[in-house]
Structure formats: C-alpha cells, structure tokens
Write a protein that binds this ligand. Structure first.
Ligand code: ADP
Ligand SMILES: O=c1ccn([C@H]2C[C@H](O)[C@@H](COP(=O)(O)O)O2)c(=O)[nH]1
Length: 283
C-alpha cells in the first residue's frame, strides 16, 4: 500500500470480486432493454431486476404503511445531485431528502467520512455501516407527501461505495460479508423499494472540477482515479446493467452541461421524473 504524507492512499481498481450478492445478477439484468428518448434523456428499464411490487407479504412496510412514489437521484460525487434536489424542492410540492452527510461528518464528535478518506482500509467498514443505517432511516422515514425524492439510496451505498472499497482491496472479505448479510436481510425484510432512478451522467473530469470548486474539507484527498472508479461502477450498474440488481427504471440525464442547460433538461423531463408510475415512456 502506498503511503503519501502519512496518509494511506487509494488503490482503486483491483480485480473484480462479486461473492455474496443479494440476487443472481448478470443473467437477470441482461434482459434489460433501453431506448433513446427525444428529450435527450436515455431510459433503461429492466423489468426482471426490479423488486417485487407490491412487496411480498410479511415484509416490513415503510413507517405508516403508506404507498408513496420514491425517486432516487444517483450519480458520482459532485455530479450535481444536491443541486438537482434543491431545484425540485423549490419548484414542486414533494418531499426532498438530501443525503445525511452532516451525520456522516459528525457522530458523537467523530467524523467517519473524514476518517475513511484518511485511511479507507481502517475506516471504510465504519463509515459504510453507518451510511447503511442512515440510508435505511431515510427510506423508511414517515412522510405526509405522496412523493419522495432522495439523494442516492441504500442500493448505491452498497453497490457503488461498499463495492469500490472491496474491489480496491480496502475492505477485508469478512467486513464485506457482514455488510452484505445486513444488506440482504434489509432487502428481504424491509420495504426499500424505489420507483425511478434519475442518473446524473457526468464525466469523472467534470466531477473532479466541481469537487474542487465545492471544496469539502474531507474530500481534498480524493484523486481523479477514485472518481473514475466510482464512475465505472455506476456505469456497470445503471447503464450496462451487468453488475447488480437495478431496483427501478433508470432515466439518464446528461449532466456535464452548465446549470442553465441542466435546468432546461430538468424541465423537459419534469413529467417523466415526477410521474414515475407513468410507464408510457418505458420499453
Ligand atoms: N451543472 C452544473 N454546472 C456547474 N457547476 C455545478 C453544476 N451542478 C452543480 N454544480 C456545482 O458543483 C458542486 C457540486 O454540486 P452538488 O450538487 O453539491 O453535487 P453532489 O450533490 O452530486 O455531490 C457545487 O459547488 C455546485 O454548485
Ligand atoms: O455510500 C456512500 C455514500 C457517499 N459517500 C461519500 C462520497 C462523498 O464524499 C460524500 C457525499 O457524497 P456526494 O456525492 O457529495 O453527495 O459521501 C461514501 O463514501 N459512501
């Protein structure tokens, strides 16, 4: 392991290892189909990889047992997810839930996010255990709104970030196995269903530029290779759909553009984003 300025650096692109996944993956997701939409957004829909709808009897429901639509905004670090949520929060009457990053930066005076970036092999399991819990809390939080828009999901925490730690050799197999068992139990017993994934598709270079502009203290250590690895895992999961189950149809927004153009895309896709039950545009 390389050491730089006293900190453990990252080795991101170790060989692929996928034991213990919750579902059979490649065989299922290869039946996914895709089409190009006129608005410039691409849609990918994989019926066979969706969670059962409604959830099987006996599964714990979201608190209150109410039925609501859940839209998850997925994408690389600094791809513009929070900005997207802020835009929809201002212009629609829906519940918007940002990622609980403040909690990840301060749990009883400790900063697991910062620790993870300093020494991923030591603190990766700590951070991801807490993220899995806080994302579960997000998914199951009671709401009076019929629609919820969330930043990321418990699914991407597992399939992107845990996976990256494991594949890059920064998470021991035993830690990966324990997190996977927890995740599988949650999937099988708690309703964490999603109705639409909006994937903000960016180049790692764009994210690197935006990350530097945003200048979050803990993220100053992030090298370009990390964003490339996270990008690659998103592409496999949501575009090629050949790594892990995709829990909902995917609407791809090309998000490298400046803010004015992105907002135009949000407007062009507003109905599709806010009517996830309308599958007319799906294959
Ligand atoms: N389309 C855009 N063009 C230029 N800068 C953007 C754009 N979208 C977001 N930003 C800026 O990039 C940084 C990261 O955006 P943010 O929404 O926080 O990303 P995320 O929530 O995905 O990490 C912020 O400083 C934000 O103001
Ligand atoms: O499961 C996760 C989710 C997020 N992170 C890290 C990545 C970023 O440094 C922050 C917040 O992400 P944004 O993309 O800026 O919203 O949290 C993680 O390590 N694991």
């Amino acid at each position: 392991m390389l050491v730089l300025k006293g900190l453990r650096t990252w080795s991101f692109l170790a060989g692929s290892r996928y034991p213990g996944s919750a579902w059979p993956t490649r065989a299922l997701v290869q039946s996914g189909r895709r089409k190009k939409l006129s608005s410039g957004a691409r849609e990918h829909y994989c019926t066979t990889s969706r969670f059962p709808d409604p959830p099987p009897a006996g599964k714990l429901q979201k608190s209150g047992g109410e039925t609501k639509s859940v839209i998850c905004i997925e994408g690389n670090i600094a791809s513009g997810k929070t900005t997207c949520l802020e835009y929809f929060a201002k212009t629609t009457n829906i519940e918007v839930l940002e990622e609980p990053v403040a909690k990840w930066r301060n749990i009883r005076g400790h900063n697991p996010l910062g620790l993870m970036y300093q020494d991923a092999a030591r603190w990766g399991i700590t951070l991801q255990t807490y993220i899995q819990l806080t994302m579960l809390q997000r998914h199951t939080r009671p709401s009076r709104y019929p629609m919820r828009m969330m930043e990321r999901s418990i699914h991407s925490a597992k399939y992107i970030f845990v996976e990256n730690l494991y594949q890059s050799g920064n998470m021991p197999e035993v830690d990966y196995a324990v997190l996977t068992e927890w995740f599988n139990w949650i999937v099988e017993n708690i309703d964490i269903s999603v109705d639409l994934i909006v994937y903000l598709h960016t180049s790692p270079e764009t994210c690197y530029k935006r990350l530097k502009e945003r200048c979050r203290e803990e993220e100053k250590l992030i090298p370009m290779e990390y964003l490339e690895a996270i990008h690659h895992l998103h592409e496999e999961w949501l575009i090629q759909q050949n790594s892990f189950p995709v829990p909902a149809p995917v609407l791809v927004i090309e998000a490298d553009d400046d803010l004015t153009k992105i907002i135009r895309q949000y407007e062009e896709n507003r109905t599709r984003i806010l009517t996830p039950s309308n599958k007319q545009w799906c294959l």
